[in-house]
Design a protein around this ligand. Structure first.
Ligand code: ZN
Length: 406
């Protein structure tokens, strides 16, 4: 009888867990180096991490490799949104933006679900919605964002220019209040909050008390939003995934960014949900956030879009990571690391990149090996003659991809 009650209790609990509606929210606070956020140990960001995890991450693609990506703001946001580096998403700066919308953003993925997904953007920079997400454009399938709070950066009447660009801080205040209110009231399924002023504080003052002060103020804005999430979880049958991150680090002085120095490349991720081994394996990157949100939200991602994603989920199971390629005469050696040894890894190659132009690539299945083998040598003479190869390794729980350009 007691056993029956125990099993009844566990069934009840798991049904209850399943019933909770999943919601995801990510916040970018612009250009805050990892050493700075760790030194300040700001209360909201580290309270969020105390429920889940915090780790350093990187941006900027592979130094010297085909995916090297400048450590610049709009480029970083697009890497986060598409789970790809600049060689794919094509955003190369903060102006003259030409995103390649064939690499779907997280918001496009959300909108393509059969189950309706309500999306929101609360943002101090309007281009995030109009250009990077490409709202309303034919190339994005006329993407619609359900709740929008932005445009303040274009509203010089209500937010006139101030000394030290402090009107941007005022805009962040407004945006964080809008986000907190929107989350309490509308509880969108997927939200992006973007806060800008920390980057200006760094550019203006470099490392020092002024910059620190505005990082603490940004943390207070995060706290405002985090309180709204806690309110939702306490009063509704909802489970929220919160990610707080930054888009790039800074140069040694704290003034600049854009280059490939370690401090500029080093970012960080704070999240309130349990993470897998990969989160702390030293490879975590800005491109891993979208796949993690997709996993948490149980989004279906079309295979052609999924296989182009360069990131790995830090939520749930991950089998393999860190794919490397080494050409040698007419062969390429693929190597990888693994979390579990016996998982089947199926290896595919394509010699075209039609996906980039909206077309499809023919994927040739090469072999299935065990994850624990950690390597596979591809005989290129068995493939059509090409100067370009895409390799994808697929396991039950994740995939890896990499280009070889000869
Ligand atoms: Zn930035």
């Amino acid at each position: 009888m007691r056993l029956l009650w125990v099993s009844f209790f566990f069934c009840f609990c798991s049904i209850n867990l399943l019933a909770k509606t999943h919601k995801a929210l990510y916040i970018i606070i612009d250009g805050v180096p990892a050493d700075q956020i760790e030194r300040l140990h700001t209360p909201a960001i580290f309270e969020i991490a105390s429920k889940g995890a915090y780790a350093r991450a990187y941006t900027g693609g592979e130094v010297g490799g085909y995916s090297q990506t400048p450590t610049i703001s709009a480029i970083g946001y697009t890497s986060l949104l598409t789970s790809t580096w600049m060689n794919k998403h094509n955003v190369g700066g903060n102006s003259d933006l030409k995103p390649n919308y064939n690499y779907w953003t997280l918001f496009r993925i959300a909108k393509e679900q059969t189950k309706p997904c309500r999306t929101a953007i609360y943002s101090s920079w309007t281009d995030n919605r109009t250009v990077l997400l490409g709202e309303g454009k034919p190339e994005t399938g006329y993407l619609k964002i359900d709740y929008v709070k932005d445009g303040y950066d274009l509203d010089t009447l209500h937010f006139p220019k101030k000394e030290k660009e402090l009107h941007i801080f005022d805009i962040d205040e407004q945006v964080s209040k809008d986000a907190a209110e929107g989350i309490r009231k509308d509880a969108p399924d997927l939200s992006w909050v973007y806060l800008w002023y920390t980057d200006d504080a760094g550019h203006i003052a470099g490392n020092g008390a002024f910059f620190d002060e505005y990082v603490r103020k940004a943390d207070a804005q995060v706290a405002r939003i985090w309180e709204a999430v806690k309110y939702r979880e306490a009063n509704f049958d909802e489970e929220w995934m919160v990610v707080v991150t930054t888009d790039h680090g800074r140069t040694e002085s704290g003034h600049g960014h854009g280059g490939q120095s370690l401090r500029e490349r080093t970012t960080w991720i704070s999240t309130n949900i349990p993470v897998n081994k990969y989160f702390n394996a030293g490879q975590l990157a800005i491109i891993d956030i979208a796949p993690s949100i997709c996993r948490f939200m149980n989004f279906e991602v079309p295979q052609s879009v999924l296989w182009e994603q360069d990131g790995i989920s830090f939520v749930g199971q991950t089998d393999i990571f860190n794919l490397q390629t080494l050409p040698y005469d007419d062969t390429v050696e693929l190597t990888w690391e693994y979390c579990s040894k016996g998982t089947p890894v199926t290896i595919y190659a394509a010699v075209s990149n039609h996906f980039k132009e909206g077309g499809t690539d023919e994927w040739i299945k090469l072999a299935t090996v065990r994850s624990g083998e950690g390597k596979y040598r591809v005989d290129l003479s068995s493939l059509p003659v090409s100067k370009f190869y895409k390799f994808v390794l697929v396991t039950m729980n994740n995939h890896l991809n990499r280009w070889v350009i000869r």
